[in-house]
Design a protein around this ligand. Structure first.
Ligand SMILES: Nc1ncnc2c1ncn2[C@@H]1O[C@H](COP(=O)(O)OP(=O)(O)OP(=O)(O)O)[C@@H](O)[C@H]1O
Length: 682
């Protein structure tokens, strides 16, 4: 057996580092060579361009592009080698195959091959053989390859922590091998960017990451269960597994806001993949509506519910968030198809095209958006006339038909079509424009749905995989729109317990109803917070299925003060002492933006960051923000101010409080200066 002892492992590490160094030098050499050739080629073209014809120029341009591309790949390769140099591998399994051959398999973030010997020294964590590291302990094991299942035995399993080229520790063979390393990883300080978790992916998480077959994968995971991390690792896996057919630019992440996009932006580059395009739901809506309908953003809808709850507003949102609403909208659209296209006969070329024929042709194209059918019906009517008269149509006849068909349809504006739905359904009070002429957020996606059915919309055919985070915040109509715009595989994830607007939230049943073909996975183990914090959060919003991580820390505290000013003074003082706690991030998470601004106004300038809906990046240190914006993020420590009965009492507030508390990894404090919220004593 190679590298049996720790000493041998250390020596082996040095050998691998040396080989990596040589590989880096060799890439450097080729980068230098490419840039020289590129320069010479460019100079040649510059000096000889007068004598070159167009074909020469095109050929020269192509050759330069090829060289630049090869040069870029060399630079990317160097970047990966440098990363490997700092931490070449994190795991090893010795696999004894059925021919009784023992192969040590070192697993790292990327593959590394000794090209002189054609030997794989490090296996990419995504390689089929590496899956055994996550799936099996010592003993019988197997892995899937395109040519079938390979069986054998794992004779040894080790984990390493190598940082900056130094072996910090190795852990051997324990049945719970992952637990020690996992505990160490989870005890670390929070980062301003989400980290990769390749070294400690858990078995159930691995199954989600490596699922290749699901056309729609729905991940329902409790707070801190690693959903977002896993979804990003899944993307990295799919990019590796299907590298011939999918690249980073073919994926789209629908993310809740810019701060969250920034927070998760490092994971894929760390895993050696390029940055993935991302888009917010609102950006998507603006694009599909071609900027024609100004609308209230989602965060304003949430703010309005929290700050000025108005029953009629809530009723409008609730009405538009159900599965039944989508069914009603569908019934209405069929009604429009059947009743708003009133075919009449057309007299042309001395003959009559009967109304019922035209009506029937319009209906026959039912899979097509209503306005798009005119073109087809016109063509068919023209053909009908040609067949009957046995001659070609003149320009006048054609124009007559072209003008007659669209006139038979009495609903040509999307907004009229949408507004008319409320009259048809007998609930005109359910549609209300904001006083400033904006659509309410709850109307945006139903309107898009109507647009798609009336006019059609450009589908996003270049997207080959769609990832949607925070699934609980989207309604059936939103999902229906997504399904029509993105005809590709999807990974949809979220936590139905973390809705920022429970009135428009989707339950698990709704999501299952919207995606009946989905593979549904439930992740129940929560990794982010200490056992004490998780149990505190569960006392606010119980979930019998949630399994808290056995990582212990300080019990959360609820502190009472005599006034808001005293409360914020405490926070101000706490910030000064926070710097000495050794932790890197402190989130002060308020229910509303105005409360966050109030806290910010009482803090020392420059010692914190205020995150607002306009912010675009997540920063380390002290962050003051709202629950809505903090969703998806995490902090070493969290303070939730103003947890008074007045501030936190409704169903929405319970959800908000739960989300705020579950952002804390190591320490949680809640403060109030009036009677404390009853939600805390449940
Ligand atoms: N297998 C793992 N190894 C190490 N860390 C993990 C693992 N799984 C999850 N974590 C950590 O748990 C924390 C929560 O992960 P993540 O943010 O992906 O969870 P989430 O389910 O999306 O959370 P939420 O819904 O509460 O925002 C992160 O710090 C992540 O690194």
């Amino acid at each position: 057996m190679i590298n049996k002892t720790e000493q041998e492992e250390r020596e082996y590490l040095e050998i691998i580092k040396e080989k990596l160094l040589l590989a880096i030098r060799s890439v450097d050499q080729s980068v230098k060579q490419f840039s020289n050739e590129l320069r010479i080629n460019k100079e040649y073209i510059y000096e000889n361009q007068s004598g070159m014809d167009e074909a020469d120029m095109v050929a020269a341009g192509q050759s330069i592009n090829r060289m630049a591309f090869t040069g870029e790949s060399a630079v990317a390769k160097k970047r990966k080698l440098m990363k490997l140099g700092a931490s070449p591998y994190f795991g090893r399994i010795d696999f004894i195959n059925q021919k009784e051959e023992r192969n040590p398999i070192y697993i790292g973030i990327y593959t590394f091959t000794d090209e002189s010997q054609g030997q794989n020294l490090i296996y990419d964590w995504r390689a089929p053989v590496s899956s055994m590291f996550y799936d099996f302990e010592l003993g019988e094991a197997s892995y899937a390859t395109p040519s079938g299942q390979v069986k054998g035995n794992i004779a040894l399993k080790r984990q390493y922590k190598i940082r900056e080229g130094i072996m910090e520790f190795t852990i051997e063979n324990a049945v719970n091998i992952h637990d020690d390393v996992l505990q160490k990883e989870l005890s670390k300080s929070a980062d301003d960017k989400m980290k990769n978790i390749v070294a400690t992916i858990q078995r159930d998480q691995n199954a989600v990451i490596r699922n290749e077959t699901a056309s729609v994968m729905v991940i329902q995971g409790v707070a801190g269960s690693g959903k977002t991390s896993i979804a990003l690792h899944r993307i990295a896996f799919l990019l590796y597994r299907f590298r011939d057919s999918i690249s980073a630019k073919d994926i789209l992440i629908v993310s809740p806001n810019k701060v969250f996009s920034d927070y998760i932006s490092n994971v894929l580059p760390e895993l050696g993949e390029e940055h993935i395009p991302e888009m917010g739901m609102e950006e998507l809506a603006t694009e599909v509506l071609e900027n024609k309908f100004p609308f209230q953003p989602f965060h304003q809808q949430v703010a309005q519910i929290l700050e000025r709850p108005d029953q009629a507003f809530i009723d409008r949102i609730k009405f538009k968030s159900s599965f039944e609403f989508l069914s009603q909208l569908n019934r209405y659209l069929i009604h429009v198809e059947n009743n708003y296209f009133k075919a009449t006969e057309i007299r042309v070329s001395g003959m009559v095209v009967p109304g019922p024929y035209i009506q029937e042709r319009f209906r026959a194209w039912q899979r097509m958006p209503m306005l798009k059918r005119f073109h087809e019906v016109v063509k068919e009517v023209q053909q009908y006339v040609r067949n009957e008269t046995q001659r070609k149509l003149n320009g006048n006849d054609k124009t007559k038909i072209w003008e007659a068909i669209p006139r038979m349809f009495t609903m040509s504006s999307v907004i009229d079509l949408y507004k008319n739905f409320y009259t048809w359904v007998g609930k005109p009070e359910m549609f209300k424009m904001s006083p400033n002429g904006q659509l309410e957020y709850a109307d945006v996606f139903p309107l898009i749905y109507c647009k798609i059915r009336l006019e059609g919309a450009q589908t996003y055919d270049h997207v080959k995989h769609l990832l949607v985070d925070e699934m609980q915040d989207y309604t059936p109509v939103q999902y229906s729109v997504l399904s029509r715009l993105f005809i590709c595989k999807k990974t949809i994830l979220g936590d139905v317990k973390q809705a920022v607007n429970p009135y428009s939230a989707s339950t698990m049943e709704t999501i299952e109803q919207v995606f009946p073909q989905a593979d549904i996975v439930k992740l129940l183990r929560s990794y982010r917070s200490t056992y004490e914090i998780t149990h505190f959060a569960l006392s606010i919003l119980p979930n019998a299925d949630l399994i808290a991580m056995e990582r212990h820390g300080e019990a959360p505290t609820v502190k009472g003060f005599n006034s808001n000013t005293e409360e914020t003074a405490f926070i101000r003082e706490y910030i000064s002492s926070f710097k000495s706690t050794g932790h890197r991030s402190l989130g002060i998470i308020c229910k509303t933006l105005s409360q966050a601004k109030f806290v910010a106004n009482h803090l020392v300038q420059g010692s914190f960051h205020l995150l607002t809906p306009d912010s675009t990046s997540f920063k380390e240190g002290v962050v003051v923000t709202t629950v809505h914006l903090a969703k998806g993020l995490e902090f070493d420590q969290v303070i939730v101010p103003f947890v008074s009965e007045r501030n936190y009492q409704s169903m929405v507030d319970r959800s908000m409080l739960y989300i705020a508390c579950t952002r804390a990894m190591h320490k949680l404090m809640l403060t109030h200066s009036e009677a404390p919220s009853k939600l805390l004593t449940v």
